[in-house]
Design a protein around this ligand. Structure first.
Ligand code: NAD
Length: 363
């Protein structure tokens, strides 16, 4: 990189801004489905290093000599990792995602590291996946498919319910919650919504803002669309589960930490919760995005892979639970938007201009 040969020259951007061609960029956690995003990044930043390693304390050193890094949802951006990155000269972190709950924003700000995200690549993709989980659970799609594969065409135990006329609760009415609410209104559902801010467009669709307690008590389906914040961590907990309508379906495509997993398992066992669809899991880091299917093959006698998550195993073994591996965002449309916004974010950083996608510390 021009004028910045040492990783410890912390002020290199201020003294000699790199050109896009020169930007030393490390792209972490690259998987096959990232090929399009990586290709677009390489077109603009040909010196980028492409790494399949996730970012954590042990791998931060791979960012040595890099001015910027690009990371995904489960990469570790705790204060400890940020301190290491700052030492290696990293000045900018770009996220290939919207949520930033794994970034210690306060520490990044203190270290003078700019954090840029992709705030809205496709709210439709995520909302539509929430509806896919809802419909698959309601109409027992997975159970029915596995039965017919075995030659069993019996209908016993496959009774679903009409979505039309049902009451659905949407928690968080930002971009994704609004899309989910619109689809649900299209089904003819009564949609109750809860948020700390009211969204006029959501009200205009005929959705009704109520307290969280009322939403829990009246909804047959509860769909979570708020970010993971201290105020929303374990918003689904033993108390909130006790307030739900008996047998309610819970859908979480937002962040795993919104749900107290142990409490939900208890709720499923007691049938207070009727079913659960989850694309995210509170302990998903180190489990999701990895093919664990063959991990015990080279350990004779080992029946389960090392590090097997028994809580997740219990959830997945439950007949009324559907788990997908944090893939709600994964549409080609969303991937293309992630790529173009990430390239723009990095160009704005290089040009030193204001970036609308900068994540600021809480006031
Ligand atoms: P957004 O910022 O547009 O909307 C979030 C909404 O949550 C806002 O209206 C906000 O006021 C509300 N909120 C904040 N605190 C709340 C609280 N205590 N109670 C109720 N509502 C509260 O965000 P978005 O684009 O709609 O995304 C929502 C979340 O979805 C993201 O934060 C991210 O965690 C998750 N997400 C998941 C995937 C996936 O692939 N599974 C992809 C993208 C986003």
């Amino acid at each position: 990189m021009r004028g910045c040969s040492s990783p410890h020259q912390a002020n290199c951007i201020a003294s000699a801004p790199p050109m896009a061609d020169d930007l030393a960029l490390a792209i972490f956690s690259v998987r096959p489905y990232d090929r399009y995003v990586v290709g677009e990044l390489l077109k603009s930043f040909p010196k980028a290093k492409v790494l399949d390693a996730p970012l954590n304390v042990n791998t931060a050193m791979l960012a040595q000599d890099c001015t910027a890094i690009n990371v995904f949802v489960n990469d570790d951006l705790s204060a400890e990792v940020l301190d290491l990155l700052a030492g290696y000269g990293v000045k900018c972190i770009t996220l290939r995602c919207a949520g930033f709950d794994r970034v210690d924003i306060v520490r990044a700000h203190e270290l003078g590291i700019t954090v840029l995200r992709v705030p809205a690549y496709s709210p439709y993709a995520v909302a539509e996946h929430a509806i896919a989980l809802m419909m698959a659970l309601n109409r027992q799609v997975v159970k029915a498919h596995s039965r017919v594969l075995q030659g069993n065409f019996d209908l016993s135990g496959l009774v679903g319910f009409d979505m039309h006329g049902k009451t659905v609760g949407v928690v968080g009415t930002g971009k994704i919650g609004q899309c989910a609410a619109a689809i649900l209104r299209g089904f003819g559902c009564e949609v109750l919504v809860y948020d700390v801010f009211e969204n006029q467009e959501v009200k205009d669709m005929g959705c009704v803002y109520v307290s969280l307690d009322e939403l829990l008590a009246r909804s047959s389906i509860i769909s979570l669309h708020c970010p993971l914040l201290p105020s929303t961590r374990h918003i689904i907990n033993p108390e909130s589960i006790a307030k739900m309508k008996r047998g309610a379906m819970v859908i979480n495509v937002s962040r795993g930490g919104l749900i107290d997993t142990k409490a939900v398992l208890d709720g499923l066992k007691s049938r207070q919760i009727g079913s659960l669809g989850m694309d995210v899991y509170e302990n998903e880091a180190g489990v999701f995005f990895i093919d664990q299917s063959t991990m015990s093959d080279d350990q004779p006698g080992a029946s389960i892979p090392e590090g097997y998550d028994t809580m997740l195993g219990s959830l997945m073994a439950h007949p009324n639970v559907l788990v997908t591996p944090h893939m709600a965002f994964l549409t080609q449309d969303a991937i293309e938007k992630i790529a173009s916004v990430t390239v723009e974010n990095l160009k704005e950083f290089i040009n030193g201009g204001p970036c609308g996608n900068k994540v600021l510390p809480p006031k």
